[in-house]
Design a protein. Structure first.
Length: 379
């Protein structure tokens, strides 16, 4: 049973995409999988099947309170069933106490250090810190998507209760340029940014840098931006003619093509562990220009370029525009890094192993990779 997302098929963020990929993988290996999905608040609860995956749809309002209500309803429903529970994210980790009380084995992906995000108020940060504490103690086993997240979680629980499993992605070795035509893009003729429009993702700093008159290669920004939200309004106001906003795109083939044909991928995330979008860019062989922090450096590897702020980024982009050879080296390094650490098969097999062992009541060591999968360690 998979909880913690809006449901499948994926139409939103990284957790939804992961829930879709994992549920289809487990179903293909003869496991029975149920994914809990949010339905519109005026709908009735119902169950159905999608590509062999069982779905339970629970109505909820599109609001923070509605999400908490949905999580509680999904927790109550799943706690009355047999199996093992995988919860993606700890935002309502206190609810996992119910699994403990009913002796239902549970695994929790602890995501990033969510309470550090700038967008939260003091009350929201306090709620998230409480749930991080509760999830780390009540779940039978924890998945950390990055070694630094595992180190952080060791302040809450013992090391043997934590397994490091990052996100994975399938390699993208080709993509049609025809998918770029409607956006007037050409292969290797643009840099790419895909991220939620939030301050901790450095969107404003990136847009300001890419609007510099020193730069020739345009920036393409994916995401929903409007004048009605203050931060998004600042981003739009800072954009020069060299920045192109193409809106939110949920067609995975178009997004893959945009990644594959980008000259470079710019990643501004400052908070969190292994970001799925960064892993997907490695899989597409993108040259990576990322915010300089311990999370991004581990994922991208030291062969990529890292910036602290807008001025840094302008200098890096300008130097790469004059040095096609370095871009080629960075792209090759991305493919090697993906193959070493972030293949989808390796990640999905690791999740299967953890879920099966927790269901059987076995201990899982930190960073262990399943015996039936590719050998190696993440921590």
């Amino acid at each position: 049973m998979i909880l913690g997302t809006r449901g499948i098929p994926a139409r939103h963020g990284g957790f939804e995409t992961f829930a879709q990929d994992l549920s289809l993988f487990l179903t293909s290996r003869n496991h029975t999988v149920t994914v809990y999905c949010q339905a519109q608040s005026d709908a009735s609860a119902f169950a159905d099947e999608w590509q062999g995956v069982q779905r339970v749809h629970i109505p909820s309002a599109n609001s923070p309170v509605g999400t908490v209500s949905f999580d509680w309803a999904a927790t109550r429903h799943s706690s009355a069933r047999d199996g093992v529970v995988l919860t993606l994210g700890y935002n309502t980790g206190v609810f996992s106490l119910l699994y403990r009380l009913r002796h239902l084995p549970s695994v929790m992906n602890m995501d990033g250090i969510e309470w550090k995000r700038e967008k939260w108020s003091f009350a929201q940060r306090s709620w998230l810190r409480l749930n991080e504490w509760a999830g780390a103690r009540f779940a039978n086993h924890l998945v950390a998507d990055h070694p630094e997240i595992a180190a952080h979680l060791r302040s809450h629980t013992r090391a043997k209760k934590i397994t490091v499993i990052p996100y994975g992605a399938d390699a993208v070795n080709s993509a049609s340029t025809e998918l770029l035509a409607e956006f007037n893009l050409t292969s290797k003729g643009y840099n790419l940014l895909i991220a939620r429009p939030e301050p901790e993702n450095s969107i404003l700093e990136i847009v300001r840098a890419c609007s510099s008159p020193r730069l020739r290669v345009p920036l393409v920004v994916l995401g929903d931006y409007s004048q009605g939200r203050n931060y998004q309004r600042q981003v739009l106001g800072a954009a020069g003619e060299n920045v192109k906003f193409v809106g939110a795109i949920f067609d995975r083939e178009i997004v893959r093509a945009m990644r594959y044909h980008a000259s470079a991928y710019i990643h501004g995330h400052r908070v969190g562990g292994t970001n799925p979008s960064l892993v997907e860019s490695l899989a597409a062989g993108n040259a990576i220009i990322a915010h300089d922090n311990r999370f991004n450096r581990w994922v991208a590897g030291e062969s990529q370029r890292f910036f602290k702020g807008s001025d840094d980024l302008v200098e890096i982009l300008h130097s790469l525009e004059e040095n096609a050879g370095q871009l080629s080296q960075m792209r090759e390094a991305s493919r090697l890094r993906h193959q070493e650490e972030f293949t989808q098969e390796k990640v999905l097999l690791a999740y299967e192993s953890v879920l099966m062992r927790v269901a059987a009541g076995a201990r899982v060591e930190v960073g262990e990779v399943p015996a039936q999968g590719p050998a190696g360690r993440w921590s």
